[in-house]
Design a protein around this ligand. Structure first.
Ligand SMILES: [Zn+2]
Length: 335
């Protein structure tokens, strides 16, 4: 059941130039020049995105049915930006220098599996935001210019997407105070492992824990806030990247090799690695805010290639997140 809504409030996103998955090699980041979205909804000049009251579990779409938001009640937001299949002929293919147009295969399906597995594990439903358009038409992990390739008709959908994430974040903040955004992707790099992106480069990750601590590097990460306020004081700082209760270590221990983690602290020189893209920058806590963000780049075989792989990984991730939420956010379940 799809319900379109024209109700809207627009909290326009900061434009950040950032490379992300499929871009090849390390992402380059620039410092945003303006703060993130205001917290108070403003009356829209043009209807853009979903606003409350929103019904948990109901599917809302933009007016074209290109974007989807399913509100939840858990302090978790899953975004699937590169798993869409719609390719309306009315939309031109994106043309821009260095544009990546290849989809992250099966990541939309994987996102839905994760929502279901998390609900089975915790009794609560995570928020889901999906780009249904093919990346050839729209890239939902880029600033507006690169995302739309200059197509005017995609500007409103771009704003809708981020308004939906902002709505999910607002709901989460009001209900739980804190929370986490996961931007879900797929990579085709040589090393078959999950790549967790925190906006820190591979060269930064190769530094020692002591060096990273001395330079306050975690404050430039997408989990900046959690690195300072984890309920587990011993996990604050660099342990959030590769300590025993980091997400990477929990996933690796469950049979899904991850970098960074205790088992694999950093990509080696010459290894490809994605460190987080636009959504991780825009929707995490690097610029403040109550939600942290982690980009998860999934390898293909055994993670997202087939239904049984996706089910197994979704279950492992849900279990890891349940531990992570209880230990770091003090949240167990509040359906
Ligand atoms: Zn991607």
């Amino acid at each position: 059941m799809h319900t379109s809504t024209r109700l809207a409030c627009l909290r326009f996103a900061t434009l950040v130039i950032i490379a992300g998955c499929g871009g090849g090699g390390e992402s380059a980041t620039t410092t945003p020049t303006t703060p993130t979205a205001p917290t108070t909804p403003v009356a829209p000049a043009t209807p853009v995105g979903p606003v409350g009251p929103l019904v948990i579990g109901q599917t809302y779409t933009d007016e074209n049915g290109w974007l989807e938001y399913v509100p939840g009640n858990a302090p978790l937001v899953i975004i699937a930006p590169h798993g869409g299949s719609l390719a309306p002929s009315a939309l031109p293919d994106r043309v821009c220098a260095g544009c990546v147009t290849v989809n992250d295969a099966n990541t939309q399906e994987l996102a839905r599996e994760i929502i279901a597995a998390f609900e089975r594990r915790t009794g609560a439903k995570a928020h889901l935001v999906v780009n249904r358009l093919s990346r050839r038409k729209f890239d939902a992990n880029r600033d507006m210019g690169e995302a739309t390739g200059g197509t005017i008709a995609l500007q409103k959908p771009w704003a809708w997407l981020h308004a939906a994430v902002d709505s999910a974040k607002d709901i989460t903040t009001k209900r739980h105070g804190r929370g986490l955004v996961i931007d879900l992707h797929g990579h085709a790099h040589a090393v078959a492992r999950l790549e967790l992106g925190y906006l820190l480069s591979e060269s930064e990750l190769r530094q020692s824990d002591a060096t990273l601590t001395a330079s306050s590097t975690m404050l430039r990460s997408s989990i900046a806030k959690l690195s300072t306020d984890s309920r587990s004081t011993t996990d604050r700082g660099v342990p959030m990247l590769r300590g025993p209760f980091s997400l990477g270590t929990l996933l690796a221990s469950a049979g899904f090799p991850s970098v960074p983690s205790a088992q694999d602290p950093a990509p080696k020189v010459g290894e490809e690695y994605f460190n987080g893209g636009f959504n991780t920058q825009r929707h995490g806590s690097v610029q403040g805010g109550a939600l942290d963000a982690i980009q998860i780049e999934c390898n293909f075989a055994g993670v997202r290639d087939a239904p049984n792989s996706r089910a197994a990984f979704a279950t492992a991730l849900a279990n890891a997140l349940a531990i992570y939420f209880e230990r770091h956010y003090g949240w167990k379940s509040s359906p």
